[in-house]
Design a protein around this ligand. Structure first.
Ligand code: HEC
Length: 108
């Protein structure tokens, strides 16, 4: 069941990605519209990543220079990686997706 959800998310992401080139505003991502990824980031992530993603506390990766695609970020945020704690108990899938999308905006 869980695998199915992850797979659906991934497909949804690919679909959203292929449409994002259009930039016409007709197909906005539903998750980003209903939950504020920036607010979630400021609540849970700045302690290690910093407000602008480049603080690097506890060895946190620099999100300004990270080239990791959104689908992988969702995976890291959901399940954690090394020092980074998993957020699946704290945040819904929708919120994880929104905050992952927010981290993409930190890129320089
Ligand atoms: C306890 C400190 C800590 C917190 C809190 C934290 N992170 Fe991390 N994060 C890390 C560390 C450490 C790494 C590097 C993991 C590794 O070494 O593989 C990382 C890696 C990442 C990566 C992967 C970057 C890459 O290029 O591979 C993303 C994306 C990320 N964090 C996003 C977030 C988001 C979004 C939040 C808030 C929901 C968050 N992190 C909260 C410590 C943290």
């Amino acid at each position: 069941m869980k695998k199915a959800i992850v797979f659906t998310l991934f497909v949804a992401f690919l679909f959203a990605c292929s449409q994002s080139d259009v930039e016409e505003g007709t197909t906005s991502t539903p998750a980003a519209a209903s939950v504020d990824g920036g607010k979630i980031y400021k609540t849970y992530c700045i302690t290690c990543h910093g407000l602008y993603g480049d603080m690097g506390a506890s060895g946190a990766f620099n999100l300004q220079t990270s080239t990791l695609p959104v689908a992988e970020r969702i995976n890291v945020i959901t399940n954690g990686r090394k020092v980074m704690t998993p957020f699946k108990e704290l945040l819904s899938e929708e919120k994880i997706k929104a905050v992952a999308e927010y981290t993409m905006t930190l890129k320089k």
